[in-house]
Each structure stands twice: as C-alpha cells, then as structure tokens.
Ligand binder design. Structure first.
Ligand SMILES: [Zn+2]
Length: 221
C-alpha cells in the first residue's frame, strides 16, 4: 500500500458547497502510472460541475490519509485483495474504497467507443457513484446518453457513451444528500426579471455575447 502526498496545486473545493467529502489517493500493486498525474485527474473529475460536485454543491477535498473514502489505482493482480467483488478485469467499489484497475485506466475498454480520457472520467464517476449509494442502471432509450451507473465498460449500445452522471442521477444524489444541485454548466447569463432591480434595465438580459436564440426564448418575460 502506498499513499500519495498531494501537492498544493490540486483545485480548491468550491466555496459555495453545501456538503464536503474528503478523499485520499492510494496505490496497490506494482503500479507504473505516475500517481501525481492520476491524483490530478481525479481532482479535476471531482471539481467538474458536470460530475458529482453537482455544479459546485458538493466539494471533494483531497487529504493525505484516510478521509471519507479512498481512490485507489491498483494493478489487476491486486484487485481481488479489496474484496470478493473485485476482479482482475474490472474496476470496483468495496466499502469506503473506490478502486480503479490500472489495466482499464491504461487501455480503456474495447466496448467503449470514446476517447481514453473520457473513459477514465466515466469509470471514476461510475465507481464513485457506487460509493454515493447508487446501484446499476440500464439504458433508458435508444440514442440517450448512457447513465453513469450503466455498466458502460461492458457495452453501451443502444445508448451513447457518456462519462458524466445524467440529470436523473444528479437529482437522485441531490435528494439523498438533501442538497440543491446547481446547473451542470457554468451559469453564463444574468437575466434581470421585470421589477427585480436596476430600474432602467428592467426585463433586459445582460450578457456579453447575447445569443439570439436565448434572446428569443426569453422575449416574453
Ligand atoms: Zn458498477
């Protein structure tokens, strides 16, 4: 077992978070991957508003030891040491451990038709979703983004590959944590509603580029 001491360059948790989880990073087995880059990718996934940060409502803070959970990078032969549900072939979650299989991290899955970087994001979000209490999901409709809790490593069809939690999954976790999720995308527009403020600009939308489509959509306000 090896712990990684994180440098100070990991993204800071959102200031507006309603809930904070702490996590540590570890490795098990003769891992060849550079652990600092693994830790940075994990931090980036957890800080992304599209992920389990739920738009910044949940902060994931890296700590050097322990924490609420540990994200491991483990060699295939070390996977079963985490529990009987952990096979040398796949990633897994066991108790407070989120375990990424180095073979999947390095090679992805032949059943997942997307970029390796997105695949890495997908498996981290999937196993962390288990830690957050979610079970497996199936494809809801042909052509829909695959739920993050679908076992996408084993095949995505007839859904589309998707590395982030769906809206329904975000809402489920929000309810479980009793928090309000923020939008997945950063808020770009400030809409001033009639009577809200600043007398002369009532009802006018303020935004740098003012896209026409959005202007039309909001014209009736
Ligand atoms: Zn799973």
């Amino acid at each position: 077992m090896a712990w990684l001491t994180l440098s100070g360059s990991v993204p800071a948790p959102s200031l507006g978070a309603q809930r904070e989880f702490t996590y540590s990073i570890g490795s098990r087995g003769a891992v060849e991957e550079e652990m600092a880059s693994f830790a940075h990718k994990i931090a980036a996934i957890y800080a992304d508003p599209r992920g389990w940060s739920l738009g910044g409502s949940v902060a994931f803070r890296a700590v050097t030891h322990g924490g609420d959970f540990t994200v491991w990078l483990a060699t295939p032969d070390a996977m079963p040491s985490f529990g009987e549900d952990c096979s040398p072939q796949w990633d897994c979650r066991s108790g407070r451990n989120v375990i990424i299989n180095e073979a999947r991290w390095e090679k992805g899955s032949p059943k997942w038709p997307g970029a390796l970087d997105d695949y890495r994001t997908m498996i981290v979000n999937h196993e962390t979703g288990h830690w957050l209490g979610l079970d497996h999901a199936t494809c809801p409709a042909r052509g829909a983004p695959a739920p993050i809790m679908m076992q996408q490593s084993r095949g995505v069809d007839p859904c589309l590959p998707n590395p982030w939690p769906t809206r329904a999954e975000r809402e489920t976790v929000s309810r479980q944590l009793k928090i309000t999720a923020q939008p997945a995308a950063a808020r770009r527009f400030v809409v001033r509603r009639p009577g809200a403020s600043l007398g002369t600009r009532r009802g006018k939308m303020m935004e740098r580029s003012e896209p026409r489509m959005l202007m039309r959509t909001n014209k009736g306000e």
